[in-house]
Design a binder for this molecule. Structure first.
Ligand SMILES: *Cc1c(COP(=O)(O)O)cnc(C)c1O
Length: 409
């Protein structure tokens, strides 16, 4: 006898909604009061922003951190600092946020998408196959708190004479062989958006150990203005206003010392769910790649047999919301800017800067497609009590028993 699923009129496994995340420690309020009381919230020269940048660089074992207004702004700032010629190609991942891709288009670059492995990470082989004489950079994405093989990508990039940027927005505290992601590339980028391990609601950070790139990024986030000169204003390079205010640093600073604790809880929750998932026929846990110590931005898992959406509906009724396929499809299939002539005055710019103009078919990254069709993402976080995570595991077992009854012979 299997228990009746909530979707079929049974009692839901969770009788109340999951505990929401409360990422802002009380100390954040003190710092906000301090910042507001000072009367000055301008970020780039503010004491809190400078303190945050110092501590963030330390966290990632890099020399410099540059605070910006979003993760998307961080990607744009990183790409702009490399100063690629229009029509340069940048290789990135099909499983990512649109914030990894949109800045490439605004910077006149053509995105190329590398396929992924069973860890949902872009593979070195796929990246290698896309490198040509127009390639300016690899924008590696570390998914779900895991990591792609950044050391191998670094070697590949160095050998090809191109840059490596790491998008670590989902990978705070993630290490490869003990080394923090974001320190393998010439630039690492992070988002401080609401869902990330450390958040100010909005915001972003770029890290680098290259003083030249640090300088170019500081100029880019501040309209290209070199404030150290006197006389007529000097804008030695073109930039935008991607500055973040002191409030971003005030919210983020108190989260840095507790990041490790957050990740410990997330790993414990993931282990609880893993031990449930591995016992359920038709489910497969996501695993980080070897040598990677994952920080679990979320808890991804796979549903075999084409029953992903059935699982999602049944779990939702049990009180366990999930996101099927993360963004639902490969990011190159989600963005009209890559398909319709709707960007920059109805032209295909910058995709037509290469010959033939870049197109993005639905079979561009078949492994990513196959993985996303099986993927469910549970938004695990550090404020979920252990009892709730145990209930989520129970809901998985319950749905598993009902949707995939054990074979009778
Ligand atoms: C969240 C995210 C971004 C974009 O960050 P925003 O702060 O929302 O602009 C970019 N890349 C990845 C991998 C992300 O997860």
């Amino acid at each position: 006898m299997t228990e009746a699923l909530a979707i079929a009129g049974g009692t839901p496994t969770l009788s109340s909604p999951l505990t929401p995340r409360t990422p802002f420690p009380p100390e954040a309020l003190d710092l906000i009061t301090e910042a507001v009381g000072s009367g000055v919230l301008f970020g780039p020269t503010g004491p809190l922003t400078q303190r945050f940048e110092g501590e963030f660089a330390e966290l990632t074992r890099t020399a410099h951190a540059v605070t910006v207004s979003s993760g998307t702004a961080a990607v744009h700032t990183a790409i702009a600092a490399l100063d690629p010629a229009p029509g340069s190609e940048v290789i990135t991942a099909p499983i990512t946020d649109a914030g990894s891709v949109a800045p490439l288009l605004f910077q006149g670059c053509v995105p190329r998408f590398a396929d992924v492995d069973e860890h949902l990470s872009m593979t070195v082989e796929s990246v290698r196959s896309l490198i040509n004489d127009r390639t300016a950079a690899i924008l590696a994405v570390h998914p779900f708190g895991g990591a792609c093989d950044a050391p191998a990508l670094r070697e590949l990039a160095d050998g090809a004479g191109i840059a490596l940027i790491e998008d670590c927005s989902q990978a705070y505290g993630t290490t490869i062989d003990g080394r923090h992601v974001g320190s393998f590339g010439s630039i690492g980028v992070f988002s401080l958006q609401q869902s990330k391990h450390i958040t100010a609601g909005e915001g972003g950070v770029c890290v680098t150990s290259d003083p030249g790139l640090d300088n170019r990024m500081r100029l880019f986030r501040d309209k290209g203005w070199d404030r150290s000169t006197s006389g007529a204003r000097s804008y030695p390079s073109l930039g935008l206003n991607y500055r973040a205010s002191e409030l971003v640093a005030a919210l983020a600073i108190p989260q840095l010392p507790i990041l490790g604790g957050r990740i410990t809880v997330r790993r414990r929750h993931a282990a609880t769910l893993d031990s449930g998932v591995t016992q359920i026929r038709g489910l497969k846990p996501w695993t980080p790649a070897p040598r990677v110590h994952a920080s679990y931005w979320a808890y991804p898992f796979m549903v075999e047999g084409g029953r992903r959406d059935e699982w999602a509906a049944a779990l939702l009724a049990e009180g366990v919301p999930t996101s099927p396929g993360y963004t639902g499809a490969e990011i190159h299939q989600c963005m009209a800017a890559l398909h319709e002539a709707g960007t920059f005055g109805g032209t295909r710019y910058p995709l037509d800067l290469v010959e033939p103009a870049a197109t993005y078919s639905s079979d561009l990254t078949p492994s990513a497609r196959a993985m996303l069709e099986k993927l469910l993402v549970f938004w695990l976080h550090e404020d979920l009590p252990d009892e709730q995570v145990a209930l989520v595991a129970a809901a998985l077992r319950k749905v598993g028993a009902a949707l995939l009854p054990p074979s009778t012979h």
